[in-house]
Design a protein around this ligand. Structure first.
Ligand code: ZN
Length: 107
């Protein structure tokens, strides 16, 4: 399953392919890419990782529903993203959404 998410800082779209992994595996994989680096196509470097800017929390809730909502780590991610939107007055960056291909949900 693919989620399209938008970087809260630059607005660049990022695609996260969750494949068929479980929630725990997805969380572990996201933790691995939540490291300092350059936003692909966005031309800014972050030392704090991508969990907040790429809205990992909302992406996980989209894919895993209640299982993700009940996770304390996901709740923390959601709170950080909401706080970032609030503090930076980010209003025009869409929430993550499932990628739809040919009128169907991408599997
Ligand atoms: Zn960016």
């Amino acid at each position: 399953m693919i989620v399209r998410t938008t970087c809260l800082k630059c607005g660049q779209e990022q695609r996260i392919n969750f494949g068929q992994v479980t929630f725990a595996e997805a969380l572990a994989a996201l933790n691995k890419i939540d490291v300092p680096g350059e936003c692909p196509g966005g031309f800014h470097v972050e030392l704090s990782g991508w969990s907040t800017l790429w809205q990992f929390g909302a992406a996980l809730v989209l894919v895993y529903g209640a299982e993700a909502e009940q996770s304390a780590q996901v709740q923390g991610m959601l709170a950080c993203a909401a706080s970032y939107r609030e503090q930076r007055k980010v209003v025009n960056r869409p929430e993550p959404e499932l990628e739809v291909e040919a009128g169907r949900m991408a599997a």
